[in-house]
Design a protein around this ligand. Structure first.
Ligand SMILES: C[S@@+](CC[C@H](N)C(=O)[O-])C[C@H]1O[C@@H](n2cnc3c(N)ncnc32)[C@H](O)[C@@H]1O
Length: 401
């Protein structure tokens, strides 16, 4: 696949995408706009996977539907089977508008050197290389096959940034310092190695997820040798988790919801609340812990039939055997809660919801993060405010400062 294939008339689609992103306020820098117009996304995403309503995955060929590939949507590019017959997503092409928004928020000037964690298709590396020049762009991915493919696609378009196949949690110390590190995968704590590898005043932009779904994009500035600090982006974003091993995602856990030995009560909190107001889920995650399973209960659910069956309840569970299940239907505004195991999980969500409501339901950008070699702290409004949360798991220092 090459842009030189005259049968694939992609440039008008790329131009329309750039216009759309600009109209939506997601692309303001003219030089980045030029990069979007000049970058053939279908070369980086020659095929992608879509899930049909019955749960099966089908592969689409990008040139069969160019408007779909030049739309502001994420496209799933690499999937893999997991034990039990399910499928996991290993890589995707991020929404172009999210990429441009993230790149712009780095505040890059000419000559800036950038490290991307999560090469994926190479599309974002192409935008960066077009904007900054090949010698200023570095990108790593844990999947060697993806790095090879991305390198060939980029070279086919005349771009030669430095691509490396490795676990990006250690950054790329041999090419540091960078002016910015941009991660297109989610981390539970910002690795201290990333902070060490940006110059003082440099920026680390990543998706921080303290638990599945709990967190969003945070932009940290390296304040000094021992501290980086910054706010969450106003708009929620979600990336796939950073993995330490190629080819697989860690297996989840399973908790039996034994209704015969559950405690029952009622709640006025909408069972969808943690997912319609994701800040509630983020705040609750500080108490729930880093590993949480959640979903909807489908009566007599079997795949693929469950996709046609309406759910009756939402549930959450933690590895200590605690679980809560809340009916979606309400009687006089009251939902039934069943809870089992050592902790009352829905109570923790209710408490987070009250707290967030008492604060006036603030948005993500009222929250921020401070990280040091030893600590990770989330704060409300300003560092050191009355509302701060010390997260477990200090970031790992890999090289001396
Ligand atoms: C959303 S995709 C990246 C999209 C990419 N920026 C693009 O333009 O196509 C996330 C990528 O992160 C990669 N990834 C996951 N864990 C990683 C790790 N430990 N180090 C580096 N990359 C990792 C995945 O293999 C996946 O390709």
């Amino acid at each position: 696949m090459s842009t030189t294939n005259p049968d694939v008339v992609w440039a008008p689609h790329a131009a329309r995408l750039a216009d759309e992103l600009a109209a939506a306020g997601k692309l303001t820098e003219p030089r980045l706009g030029e990069a979007v117009r000049a970058t053939p996304r279908h070369v980086f995403v020659p095929t992608y996977h879509q899930q049909t309503p019955d749960g099966t995955w089908v592969e689409r060929t990008s040139t069969d539907d160019l408007p779909a590939v030049y739309a502001n949507t994420a496209l799933i590019t690499t999937i893999a089977p997991v034990p039990g017959g399910a499928t996991t997503v290993l890589s995707s092409s991020t929404q172009p508008g999210l990429m441009t928004r993230m790149i712009e928020s780095l505040g890059l000037t000419d000559g800036a050197r950038v490290l991307e964690i999560g090469t994926g298709t190479g599309y974002n590396a192409a935008l960066l290389a077009h904007r900054l020049g090949d010698d200023k762009v570095f990108s790593v991915d844990v999947e060697p096959d993806l790095v090879d493919l991305a390198r060939r696609r980029l070279a086919g378009l005349g771009h030669h940034p430095t691509l490396v196949a490795r676990d990006g949690s250690a950054g790329l110390p041999e090419h540091a310092p960078f002016d910015a590190i941009i991660a297109t995968c989610a981390v539970a704590a910002v690795p201290w190695a990333w902070i060490e590898q940006v110059r003082p005043g440099g920026v680390v932009l990543t998706d921080l997820k303290t638990a599945p779904g709990a967190g969003s994009l945070v932009r940290l500035t390296r304040v000094d040798a021992e501290r980086a600090e910054g706010r969450f982006d106003a708009t929620y974003a979600a990336f796939m988790d950073l993995r330490y091993t190629p080819g697989s995602n860690p297996a989840g856990f399973r908790v039996e919801r034994d209704h015969d030995h559950a405690e029952y009560r009622t709640t006025s909190l909408d069972p969808n609340a943690p997912w319609t107001a994701l800040l509630v889920w983020f705040l609750a995650s500080f108490d729930l812990g880093p590993e949480i399973a959640y979903g909807y209960t489908i009566p007599d659910g079997t795949i693929p039939a469950h996709r046609q069956t309406a759910p009756t309840a939402s549930w959450i569970a933690t590895p200590d055997g605690s679980w809560a299940e809340i009916t979606l239907a309400a009687d006089n505004g009251q939902h039934t809660v069943a809870e089992g195991g050592p902790r009352r999980l829905w109570y923790l969500v209710e408490r987070a919801h009250h707290f967030w409501t008492d604060l006036g339901q603030p948005g993500w950008d009222r929250f921020g993060l401070t990280t040091t070699p030893q600590t990770t702290t989330v704060w409300f409004d300003r560092p050191g405010s009355a509302h701060t949360w010390h997260l477990p798991g200090p970031p790992h220092r890999t090289t001396p400062i």
